[in-house]
Write a protein that binds this ligand. Structure first.
Ligand SMILES: NC(=O)c1ccc[n+]([C@@H]2O[C@H](COP(=O)([O-])OP(=O)(O)OC[C@H]3O[C@@H](n4cnc5c(N)ncnc54)[C@H](O)[C@@H]3O)[C@@H](O)[C@H]2O)c1
Length: 309
C-alpha cells in the first residue's frame, strides 16, 4: 500500500495560534503521518494559545485518528517581521507580550531549533503566516508603510526562513508556504498590498526552489488555498462572501476544508513528492480554472445605454 509515512521526520510549522487555520490543520496532518511537530507563534497570540492548550479547549480538534492528542514538541515565539532581535524597535522589545518570550526574531527561532535538534535536525518547514495592516484598504489607498509591512511579514519572511533554516535541514528537506489566488487575479477587498505580497511569495517560491535546491538539496513549494474562514481571513472582512462565491462557482461546487490543505501539505513535504519543487499547487476545488462565473447571466445593455456603444 502506498502511504504517507513521515515517521522519524521532524517539522516546524510557523503561524499557528489556534485550531482554526491552515497551520494547525497542516500540523495535524503531519502528525497523522507520523511526524513530530513544533510550531512557531506570533508573540501577541502566544499567551492565549498556550492558555487554550492548557485549559483543554482544543482537546477535540487535537485528537488524532489513533485517539492520541496532537502534541507540539516545542512552541517557539516568532515575529516574522524581524530577522534579528536587534532589528526590532524598542516599543516592540519592551511590549508586555514580547518582553518575557526571549529572542522572537527569525534568527532567534533558528538558534532555538539548532539548540533543540542540532544540525540536520529538521526535515520540513511550513510558512503559514501573513499580515497586512492595511488589508481592508484598496491598493490605491495603501500607504508605502502598509504595503511594505505586508511584503515584509507575508513574503520576505519566507526568504529569511529559507535562507536561515535550510542549512539546518536534512538532505531531502522541504519548505512549504501558503498563498492565495489574489496574487495572480484581482480579488476586490484583498487590499493593503497583500495581493502584491502573495505575488512575490509565488515568484520567490520558484527562485528559492532553484537557489536552495542547488545549495542545500531542499524543495520549496506553495499551496494556493481556496477561501477559508480562519481568524486571519475573518479579519479581512470579505471571507464569508468569498467562501460562498467560490463554492457556487467552482468545478466542485463546495467549500474547501482545512484538512484538505493539511493533507496536501503532508504529501508535498513527503518523499512521495520528491520530484516536485518550485510549484504552486491549488487546493481550491478547481476555482482557479474557471474563466466565467456560473451564476452570472449576461443581459445586453438596453438601447440608448452609453455602454452599448
Ligand atoms: N484563510 C484563507 O482564506 C486563505 C486562503 C489562501 C491562503 N491563506 C494563507 O494561509 C496562511 C495561514 O493563514 P490562515 O488563513 O490559516 O489564518 P491563521 O490566522 O490561522 O494564520 C495566520 C497566522 O499568522 C500569524 N502572524 C501574523 N503576523 C505574524 C508575524 N508578524 N509573525 C509571525 N506570525 C504572524 C498569526 O498569529 C496567525 O497564527 C496565510 O499565509 C494566509 O495568507 C489563507
Amino acid at each position: 500500500m502506498l502511504t504517507i509515512d513521515l515517521s522519524g521526520k521532524r517539522a516546524l510549522v510557523a503561524g499557528v495560534a489556534d485550531d482554526g487555520g491552515f497551520g494547525f490543520a497542516i500540523a495535524k496532518s503531519l502528525a497523522e503521518a507520523g511526524a513530530r511537530v513544533s510550531v512557531a507563534t506570533w508573540p501577541p497570540a502566544l499567551g492565549i494559545f498556550q492558555t487554550l492548550l492548557r485549559r483543554g479547549k482544543m482537546n477535540e480538534s487535537r485528537t488524532l485518528s489513533n485517539g492520541q492528542p496532537l502534541e507540539f514538541e516545542h512552541i517557539y515565539p516568532l515575529d516574522a517581521a524581524y530577522d534579528t532581535l536587534a532589528a526590532a524597535p524598542p516599543e516592540i522589545v519592551e511590549n508586555k507580550r514580547y518582553k518575557e518570550v526571549g529572542d522572537f526574531s527569525v534568527a532567534g527561532l533558528v538558534e532555538r531549533v539548532r539548540a533543540d535538534f542540532g544540525e540536520g535536525g529538521i526535515d520540513f518547514v511550513v510558512h503559514s503566516l501573513a499580515n497586512g495592516p492595511e488589508v481592508r484598504k484598496p491598493l490605491l489607498d495603501t500607504s508605502r508603510e502598509g504595503y511594505l509591512a505586508a511584503m515584509s511579514v507575508s513574503a520576505y519572511s519566507m526568504v529569511s526562513m529559507v535562507a536561515r533554516l535550510a542549512p539546518l535541514m536534512k538532505p531531502g528537506g522541504a519548505f512549504l508556504s501558503l498563498t492565495y489566488m489574489a496574487g495572480e487575479r484581482v480579488i476586490p477587498g484583498y487590499g493593503g498590498g497583500m495581493s502584491s505580497a502573495k505575488a512575490a511569495l509565488e515568484s520567490d517560491t520558484r527562485t528559492l526552489a532553484y537557489e536552495a535546491g542547488r545549495k542545500y538539496g531542499v524543495r520549496v513549494n506553495t499551496i494556493s488555498a481556496g477561501p477559508w474562514a480562519s481568524r486571519a481571513a475573518s479579519a479581512i472582512g470579505i471571507i464569508d462572501e468569498m467562501v460562498a462565491y467560490c463554492a457556487r462557482n467552482s468545478p466542485l461546487p463546495e467549500g474547501i476544508t482545512a484538512k484538505e490543505v493539511g493533507d496536501t501539505a503532508a504529501f508535498l513535504l513527503s518523499p512521495l513528492a520528491s520530484g516536485i519543487t518550485g510549484t504552486t499547487v491549488y487546493v481550491d476545488k478547481g476555482y482557479h480554472a474557471m474563466g466565467k462565473a456560473v451564476e452570472a447571466r449576461y443581459s445586453p445593455p438596453p438601447e440608448g445605454d452609453p455602454q452599448a456603444e
